[in-house]
Design a protein around this ligand. Structure first.
Ligand SMILES: C=CC1=C(C)c2cc3[nH]c(cc4nc(cc5[nH]c(cc1n2)c(C)c5CCC(=O)O)C(CCC(=O)O)=C4C)c(C)c3C=C
Ligand SMILES: [Fe+2]
Ligand SMILES: [Fe+2]
Length: 359
């Protein structure tokens, strides 16, 4: 085994704190070839699809990767902008804003960067670059408020895998969820209140979260409970009664049962139950992406209107809203307690001396 060495250190270089934010990732282009590459990496992750390896390899390579890339490329091209995929652009904006905020709080010895679990920029390259810049204490914040093994757990796997290959490991903290953090709840509530102030209130508010197979819940994944806790706290903050909101699950994939109730089923049923005006918010998505901009804002609107609904609004994700960035900075601040920015170069000088002697 050849380990990745820690190179590039110099005398008087101070130790740095690294803050790495991550999200799921997105294809490089809204084209079938790029989608094939992206979906192959994403759907080959055993944390995402928990099906025996050989069976899944045959289904993925024999069926899914021959059909889905073309279909998904079409969907992606409807949300793509001149800057690229919304998920990437918004994550870049969040990263810039967070870097500015944390630099104001901690000075230049904090290194802030972002990476994607699938596609680019990848976790390996970004983390290696941060460690080579002198990061000796690393905190990772996956931008998934609710813990799920398929997303948060998989992000940990990628970092842990890199660590098994590196010589010099940093102090390390991993933020596994913030679904009930009071600032996150208040920021979401505030964004909904602002929407109400400018657009008025619908009869019902739908909290739509990305789904997962129901089997993962029965096997002990806390994701479903985290989603419901976020909803309950959000409803309390907004003073909503039980009949004024619903929690639903979107973005099903494959044939098995996923978490219920399904968003699209409920949107098709609500007009028949007398609900003609709704607003939908997706608290599990920290950045707008295909699943919110296309599936919720367009596809599900059509279902609701076709079923007899009159008024449908999607309330955007928190994205790079200043209050969201302040919330993320606060979560990071609380998780790096006790991490002093070091300016003690004794160890560094020691190493440099030994290297000099060895040459
Ligand atoms: C917010 C949390 C997410 C969970 C939990 C999640 C689980 C999950 N997803 C799939 C399959 C797909 N998801 C896709 C897109 C997608 N998923 C999330 C987030 C979560 N997924 C985001 C933010 C996005 C959008 C990415 C973007 O580029 O905008 C896709 C790709 C799109 C498509 O082809 O439809 C798939 C596939 C599974 C199987 C799963 C849990 C088991
Ligand atoms: Fe997904
Ligand atoms: Fe989708």
């Amino acid at each position: 085994m050849k380990y990745i060495n820690s190179t590039g250190f110099t005398h008087k270089q101070s130790d740095k704190i690294g803050v790495l934010i991550t999200n799921l990732g997105t294809p490089d282009k809204p084209e079938p070839k790029a989608l094939r590459r992206y979906l192959k990496q994403f759907l080959s992750d055993p944390r995402v699809v928990e099906v025996p390896k050989l069976i899944w390899w045959m289904v993925l390579n024999g069926v899914i990767l021959n059909i889905r890339p073309r279909r998904s490329a079409k969907a992606y091209s409807t949300v793509w902008t001149e800057e690229g995929s919304p998920l990437l652009t918004i994550t870049q904006q969040q990263n810039e804003a967070l870097r500015t905020k944390l630099t104001q709080m901690y000075g230049d010895d904090i290194v802030v960067d972002f990476a994607m679990r699938y596609g680019n920029p990848d976790i390996d390259s970004v983390t290696n670059r941060m460690l080579d810049q002198g990061v000796r204490k690393l905190v990772v914040l996956p931008l998934y408020p609710q813990y799920c093994a398929s997303t948060t757990g998989s992000t940990f796997d990628a970092i842990a895998d890199l660590f098994t290959r590196r010589r010099w490991l940093p102090d390390f903290r991993f933020i596994s969820s913030y679904h009930d953090h009071s600032d996150y709840i208040e920021t979401l509530a505030d964004s909904i209140r602002q929407h109400w102030a400018s657009k008025g209130r619908a009869e019902k508010l739908i909290f739509s979260f990305h789904g997962i197979p129901k089997r993962y819940l029965t096997n002990g994944d806390p994701y479903f409970c985290h989603c419901h806790k976020t909803s309950r706290l959000l409803a309390e903050a907004l003073g909503l009664g039980k009949s004024e909101y619903e929690t639903t699950f979107q973005s099903r994939f494959g044939r098995e049962e996923w978490l219920q109730p399904y968003t699209d089923f409920r949107l098709k049923a609500l007009p028949n139950e007398g609900v003609k005006s709704i607003q939908v918010v997706c608290p599990g998505f920290s950045a707008d992406c295909l699943e919110t901009l296309e599936e919720i804002a367009v596809e599900n609107r059509d279902y609701f209107i076709e079923a007899g609904g009159k008024h449908y609004e999607y309330i955007p994700a928190l994205n790079d809203q200043p209050k969201h960035i302040e919330t993320l900075a606060k979560i990071i601040e609380q998780n790096i307690q006790g991490w002093r920015i070091e300016n003690d170069n004794t160890q560094r000088s020691e190493l440099a001396t030994q290297r000099g002697a060895a040459q």
